[in-house]
Design a protein around this ligand. Sequence first.
Ligand SMILES: NC(=O)c1ccc[n+]([C@@H]2O[C@H](COP(=O)([O-])OP(=O)(O)OC[C@H]3O[C@@H](n4cnc5c(N)ncnc54)[C@H](OP(=O)(O)O)[C@@H]3O)[C@@H](O)[C@H]2O)c1
Length: 322
Amino acid sequence: MKAVTRKKYGGIEVLRIIDIPKPETKENEVLVKVYCTTVNRTDCGILTGKPFLIRFFTGLFKPSSLVSGTDFAGEVVGIGNKVSSFKIGDRVWGLNDEGLASQAEFMVIKEKKAIVLIPNNIPYNEAVACAEGAHYAFNFINKVKLKKEHKILINGATGAIGSAALQLIKSQGIKVTAVGNTKNIELIKSLGADKIYNYEKEDFTEIDDEKYDFILDAVGKSSFGACKKLLAPKGIYISSELGPGAENLYLPLITKLKGGKRVIFPIPSNCTRTLNSMNALLEQNKFKSVIDKEYDMKDIAKAYEYVMTGEKTGNVVINFKI
Ligand SMILES: NC(=O)c1ccc[n+]([C@@H]2O[C@H](COP(=O)([O-])OP(=O)(O)OC[C@H]3O[C@@H](n4cnc5c(N)ncnc54)[C@H](OP(=O)(O)O)[C@@H]3O)[C@@H](O)[C@H]2O)c1
């Protein structure tokens, strides 16, 4: 089978599409023919091995998996003899943010890992575009107790995480201020934002006079220091990035000890919970996949290059021939 591989950490020059043997299915595993995957910021982190912290999960000196990828949507084409939750022909999708060898024509995954059925009306590309960004968005949302009366600001509401967070929070009927760019103002409106700042024209930290219960920086371009004045007395700042000098790693402890406005930096967990929650929203038509570009597998290096610019809107999908 064709697979996207790399033997060391680096840029797109380390990527190779090569023929490797189709994986064998063990008794508790499912063999999936992959139709779609994404190239996301986690894939880029695993490709480059940066920030270094990521290597504790993906291999200290070189990637522990030859094949790249973190998410998939495809069809079950084989099952181990102890598998009971899936059958051949099932449409499935899944995610593992520590790496999944899913950028290949076939992949295996343990039945008990993060793999679920795709809702009937959802195509493969739309399903896979609800995985990685939504997982991190859920990760932030699940770490705090949101209430209808809360006010929330999302910086970077156009990214995979930000566009998912905006929709997930709006699905709970909560007011959201969103920060994005000129080309995506209509998109952000359509996803439900109540108030919008265009970061290309204005700096929300300078002009907004709201007091927020939560500020979620889904692009990591702000800081607790700059956003503090916009937080309510017990307001919480959450960023998807480590921040200047990796401050978002130690500020949670310092701000907790001090009391008042706080920083939290949730470590992502439980991909299966994300997939099940997303399925429920997709079935009720309460979540819209945001897809920026789609590439054929042969052009995957171009997709990595584009995602690494940090300028994608939502998700970048890779298609294998169906
Ligand atoms: N903590 C974790 O576990 C974790 C996991 C995955 C990703 N991340 C990090 O989270 C961040 C977001 O990931 P993602 O996949 O959602 O990113 P993404 O899809 O690349 O989106 C970033 C978005 O932010 C917009 N943007 C750029 N500069 C901005 C600014 N100054 N103000 C507001 N918006 C701005 C970009 O649009 P334009 O450039 O077109 O304006 C783009 O749409 C990345 O930094 C990534 O490394 C963290």
